[in-house]
Design a protein around this ligand. Sequence first.
Ligand SMILES: Cc1cc2nc3c(=O)[nH]c(=O)nc-3n(C[C@H](O)[C@H](O)[C@H](O)COP(=O)(O)OP(=O)(O)OC[C@H]3O[C@@H](n4cnc5c(N)ncnc54)[C@H](O)[C@@H]3O)c2cc1C
Length: 391
Amino acid sequence: MDFEIPKEVETIRKSIREFIHEHVIPLEKFYDYEKGRMPEALNQEARAKVKASGFWTPHLPKSEGGLGLDLIGTCIIFSEIGRSPIAPYIFNCDAPDEGNMHLLSLAATEKQKELILHPLIKGELRTAFAMTEPSPGAGSDPSLLQTNAEKVGDKYILNGHKWYCTGANGAKYLIVMAKVNGSFRKTTMFLVPTDAKGYKMVREIELMGSHGPGGHCELTFENVEVPEDMVLGRIGEGFRLSQERLGPARLTHCMRWTGMARRALLIAREYAKEREVFSAKIAEHQGIQWMFAECATAIEMGFLLTLKSAWMLQKGLDARQETSMAKWKVSEALCNTIDTAIQICGGKGYSRDLPLELFYRDARAARIADGPSEVHKMVIGRNFISNKWEF
Ligand SMILES: Cc1cc2nc3c(=O)[nH]c(=O)nc-3n(C[C@H](O)[C@H](O)[C@H](O)COP(=O)(O)OP(=O)(O)OC[C@H]3O[C@@H](n4cnc5c(N)ncnc54)[C@H](O)[C@@H]3O)c2cc1C
């Protein structure tokens, strides 16, 4: 085991940390609480600065304009970018586009790459991933999938109802999971342009956290015609590809969430070292020291699980169990840390004078999206009991 951060990654990490400090965190004060998102003009200005600095889409190979990092290097860099909730979009490595880039580069044809992936990498368009459906459809349990694509001649006719499709408002293309001819075994991903006839973005769902540039949307598909050449991968490959997408995408969530948890704890440390109560700084009270100890250790444990999963994926090993462990533990560490940081900062923590209240609302989704904690725990436990996974 080698815990040393490679020199070149350390250099990039320092530069990105400085960039975030100088150019991104100062923008947070312009966050529009009414609309639950950043003004897009400011995002675009900051994106231009990132491009000029050479940090754009940092996770991609150099040949595609990225930094050529391996997955461990990506862990280190994304955990810096995650320090600000507005930074991942500014660096073009936010969900869902970052996961969609990975999926498209694995499964898209040259023509599909030309149409969607290359402009996505350049930041010229956005995409969204539509899997979840309202009850009685697929959510925690993908076997409940209802959306269906019927093969008619050389086309597929898509009908269905999706929701929680992050970024769909204003996206140019959607990746839609659907059964084929009613067969669950034939579940497939389809690339659907958002100007397709019969597609409707019903609404952006009102929710407790940020909306990002394209919200979290409810969508309907009524007899949407999808030509054969807009099938992503092959018929029946939907679930295999979704595993290819969701595994690394869960990990990149963990990397960004680590950054947010670290920053929350640093904000609390700053307050605790300044503010005096009962004749001592808050940080001098042992009860507070234990809070810092618990949070710092939980963050570090989660990050180590994330690094181990990244290392396994890099080696081509099956990292599903470790990724579930990381997703569960990092999301819980994130929520607990922000809650503790608010407690340590008292009334100020609860106010919008500090960003913790926004972090708190944003972070709550981490324990639900990309598989609720309970589902990951079920999978981890089952794998252990059935000897599918060993220490
Ligand atoms: C902010 C946000 C963004 C999202 N973005 C996307 C996106 O871009 N694309 C997309 O397709 N989806 C997206 N989702 C949807 C997300 O993946 C689902 O919400 C998640 O998979 C859970 O499905 P569900 O909401 O239908 O919950 P349900 O399936 O209704 O489950 C509800 C609860 O039941 C419990 N539960 C479920 N199964 C078990 C079990 N086996 N044992 C014990 N308890 C259990 C859990 O506590 C779970 O939270 C997003 C969700 C959020 C909140």
